[in-house]
Design a protein around this ligand. Structure first.
Ligand code: CLR
Length: 401
C-alpha cells in the first residue's frame, strides 16, 4: 500500500493489522480460529445473521398470496434478492466496514420476531455445531403459511484475499400450495482488506429450484467483471425438469443488490422494480436481556460485547476465555457420559428428500454432509415443548393477545 492511500486502520493498530494480514495469508480455512485486532471485532455473533432473511416480512410472505406458480417463483426471486443487502452489506453501512463476528458457541440461540402488516414472523436461530461452525434457523409466519429453514457453514481459503464458499442451503415452504424452494448460497470474497476497511463482494451463481417446476439462476459480479460495477446481479427464471429448456426464459432480473433492480417478463415488460435504498425494514424484537435464557446470544456475550465496545482487549479476552472454558467443560462431561449436546430446536436428519430431488438442477449441488456435521432440520416437537424463557412459541402467543 502506498503512503498516500487512505487507510481506515487506526494509527495505533497499524502493526497489528499488518501482522493480521500476514497471518491470514497462511491460515487453514477455519475463519473462527483467526485472531484479529480489536478495531475489526464485531459485538454481534453469527447466530444473529439468520435474521437477515426476513427483515422485510412483507416480501417473504408475498408469494403465498399469488395464485400463478410462475409469478410465485418470480416473487420468491424478488424476496431473495431483497435480502442480499442486509446479509452482505449491512455491517458495512452501519459500522463503516465488515467486521469479524463473534464465533457462536454450541447451543447458542437467537430468538426474535417481527410484528408488522404481515402479522407476526418468528425467528429461531441456533448454533448446531461448533467444529465446524454451523448455524441453523427457522423463520415462519403462520398467518401467511410461509416457512423458511436452513443452515450454513463457511469454507474459507486465501488467495490474494479471504475467499469464502458457503456450504448449506435454505428451503422456503409455502403451505397453501404445499411447495418448496431450495435456495443455494453465494460465494464471496473480502475487498478492501489492505486499507483496513473490508467489505463483502459476491461472486459466482446461486439457484432457487422449486417443486413447481421453475428455477431461477442468479449470477453475481463485481467491479473487476464484465459489468464493471460492484454488487451486480443478473438472474433468469426458466422452467426446469425433463423436456424443458433453460433458454425458455420467463423472467429476468437485472441491477444491483445494494441499489435497484428490475424484473422483466418474457416480453421485456417491467413486472417488478425494487429499490434497496427505500424499502422499509421491520425491526426485530428481541426479549430484554434479563428475560433471556443464558443460551441466548446477547445475554451470553454481553460482557464480551461491552469490553469490545470499550476497546478493552484484556477484558474481551478474559470474558471470551470464560465462555470457551465453560464450553470445554461441557464437552468433556458429555464425552465422559457418552452423549452429545442436545440441540434446543433442531435435530439431525438422515436424509432431506426435497433437497435431494431439487438439487439435481443445480450444477455441482450437493448436501456436503461432512462439512456441516450433519443435516439439520427444525424440530416442531422440541419447539412445542420448549419451556420458558425459550418459549418463542409462548412469546408468540403472549404478543398476539
Ligand atoms: C472482516 C475480516 C477482517 C474478517 C473476515 C470475517 C469473516 C469471518 C466474515 C466476513 C463476512 C461474513 C459473512 C457475511 C454474511 C453472511 C451471510 C449469513 O447468512 C451467513 C454468514 C455469512 C456468510 C458471514 C460469515 C462470516 C464472514 C465471512
Amino acid at each position: 500500500m502506498s503512503e498516500a492511500e487512505a487507510s481506515a486502520v487506526p494509527p495505533q493498530s497499524k502493526g497489528s493489522w499488518m501482522s493480521f494480514l500476514k497471518s491470514i495469508s497462511s491460515f487453514n480455512g477455519d475463519l473462527s480460529s483467526m485472531t484479529a485486532p480489536a478495531f475489526i471485532l464485531s459485538t454481534t455473533s453469527l447466530t444473529e445473521f439468520s435474521a437477515y432473511w426476513a427483515e422485510m416480512p412483507k416480501l417473504l410472505c408475498a408469494p403465498a398470496k399469488e395464485k400463478d406458480p410462475a409469478k410465485r417463483s418470480m416473487l420468491v426471486l424478488k424476496w431473495f434478492l431483497s435480502t442480499l443487502k442486509q446479509q452482505y452489506a449491512s455491517r458495512n453501512e452501519k459500522l463503516g466496514s465488515e467486521k469479524k463476528p463473534l464465533n457462536p458457541f454450541l447451543g447458542e440461540l437467537f430468538l426474535g420476531k417481527w410484528d408488522d402488516e404481515a402479522g407476526t414472523t418468528q425467528l429461531i436461530s441456533e448454533q448446531v455445531s461448533h467444529h465446524p461452525p454451523v448455524t441453523a434457523y427457522s423463520i415462519w409466519n403462520s398467518q401467511h403459511g410461509v416457512r423458511l429453514q436452513g443452515y450454513n457453514a463457511q469454507k474459507a481459503s486465501f488467495k490474494t484475499t479471504i475467499n469464502v464458499r458457503q456450504v448449506g442451503h435454505a428451503i422456503l415452504h409455502i403451505d397453501e400450495f404445499d411447495e418448496d424452494y431450495v435456495i443455494t448460497l453465494p460465494a464471496l470474497h473480502i475487498e478492501g482488506l489492505i486499507g483496513g476497511s473490508p467489505f463483502v463482494e459476491l461472486e459466482g451463481s446461486t439457484y432457487i429450484v422449486s417443486t413447481t417446476g421453475y428455477t431461477s439462476r442468479i449470477d453475481y459480479s463485481g467491479r473487476g467483471w464484465l459489468s464493471g460495477k460492484k454488487n451486480t446481479i443478473t438472474a433468469t427464471t426458466y422452467p426446469s425438469g425433463k423436456g424443458k429448456s433453460k433458454s425458455d426464459i420467463i423472467y429476468t432480473a437485472e441491477g444491483s443488490w445494494t441499489d435497484k433492480f428490475v424484473i422483466k417478463d418474457a416480453k421485456k415488460n417491467d413486472v417488478e422494480t425494487y429499490n434497496a435504498r427505500n424499502e422499509p425494514k421491520t425491526k426485530l424484537s428481541v426479549a430484554p436481556i434479563e428475560d433471556q435464557d443464558p443460551l441466548e446470544t446477547r445475554r451470553a456475550w454481553k460482557k464480551v460485547a461491552e469490553a469490545i465496545q470499550k476497546g478493552d482487549m484484556n477484558t474481551t479476552s478474559a470474558e471470551k476465555s470464560k465462555i470457551e472454558n465453560e464450553q470445554r467443560e461441557l464437552r468433556k462431561a458429555e464425552r465422559a457420559e457418552g452423549r452429545e449436546w442436545d440441540r434446543t430446536f433442531f435435530t439431525r436428519a438422515k436424509t432431506l428428500p426435497v433437497f435431494e430431488k431439487l438439487i439435481k438442477d443445480v450444477p455441482g449441488g450437493s448436501l456436503e454432509i461432512d462439512q456441516t456435521n450433519g443435516i439439520w432440520v427444525f424440530d416442531q416437537e422440541k419447539a412445542k415443548n420448549a419451556k420458558p424463557p425459550f418459549g418463542p412459541l409462548s412469546r408468540e402467543k403472549s404478543s398476539a393477545q
